[in-house]
Design a protein around this ligand. Structure first.
Ligand code: BV8
Ligand code: ZN
Length: 244
């Protein structure tokens, strides 16, 4: 039995499945990954811009980066990998989608109940009154965007050094410790605590399947590593039902 057939069987037979996705699942939608080639923006590393310190130091530079990313994402579309995951969620009620991505492509592919560990680039939060609201304008009419209270708004994402949203994080840990199969897609597994979900699931007895174009620190925790593009592998793992 090939790796794909074995993994497909594990997913089909599992009563509960969790999927952890990273920037790699959006790469075929044309969105640059965090650490991949070309991972610089105006000579700045993403890790250096996605921090409260960078925002305090140069709020306009950070907002120019997020506004540019929002424009790239607005022009992008979900790819077959996103749609395959949405299909799995529809066919398997006990399916939990956990994402590190902030691009909203899982939502646009029809996924629901998404545990967004690192927030959402389409939401803004006031740095003064902490109000939070959706804003899908790309480009934004002016930078930095302001709250109605006059305060400066920040992107509704989790920066390095910031805590994860408590609800999403505890639900993700619960899922990792209880599911029969964990599918890990397109993540370099270097950002914590998200990456800790993988060994957590393995230790709790889950079958772990990794889908990635290359080896990662999580590969040793996987029972099966499927090397290739998630936009091609996921549709093969989660085929369109014959009667649909
Ligand atoms: C925190 C939002 C305290 C912003 C992001 C140990 C424990 C706890 C914390 C730490 C720790 N060690 C270090 C830390 C601090 C830090 C951290 O992890 N640093 C790293 C760099 C070492 N973590 C934090 O600060 C976190 N907060 O720790 O608070 C705490 C502690 C415990 C419990 C709770 C709280 C906050 C981290 C969140 C940072 N925000 N994003 C924004 O997007 O602008 S992280 C950013 O990296 C993105 O969200 C991205 O998704 C994420 C992870 O990267 P990946 O998704 O994996 O993307 P990457 O480019 O790295 O890899 C892409 C992969 O896809 C590659 O493997 C590639 O081979 C593959 N690929 C490419 N194309 C394809 C593909 N695979 C398949 N098909 C393809 N076509
Ligand atoms: Zn405000």
């Amino acid at each position: 039995m090939s790796g794909i057939e074995q993994a497909r069987t594990w997913i089909e037979q599992a009563r509960s499945v969790a999927i952890l996705t990273g920037a790699g699942i959006s790469a075929e939608s044309g969105i640059p990954t965090f650490r991949g080639t070309g991972g610089l923006w105006r000579n700045h590393r993403p890790e250096d811009l996605a921090t409260p310190e960078a925002f305090a130091r140069d709020c306009l530079l950070v907002w120019e980066w997020y506004d540019q990313r929002r424009q790239w994402i607005a022009k992008a579309a979900p790819n077959p990998g996103h749609f395959a995951i949405a299909r799995l969620q529809r066919s398997k009620p006990g399916c939990t989608l956990i994402t590190q991505n902030v691009d909203g492509l899982h939502d646009r592919a029809g996924s629901a109940g998404i545990l967004k560990l690192h927030g959402d680039i389409w939401r803004l939060r006031c740095t003064t009154c902490r109000a939070e609201w959706p804003d899908r304008r790309a480009p934004l009419p002016r930078l930095p965007p302001k709250c109605q209270c006059g305060g400066i708004a920040r992107p509704g994402v989790v920066w390095f050094g910031e805590d994860l949203p408590p609800g999403a994080w505890s639900s993700a840990q619960e899922a990792a410790q209880s599911v029969e199969t964990l599918l890990v897609v397109g993540t370099s597994a270097v950002v914590y605590p998200a990456a800790s979900l993988i060994p957590l699931a393995r230790a709790a007895g889950a079958t772990v399947v990794e889908v990635n174009t290359e080896e990662t620190p999580a590969s040793t925790a996987a029972h099966c590593c499927l090397r290739g593009l998630s936009g091609e592998i996921l549709p093969a793992l989660i085929p369109v039902p014959p009667d649909s």
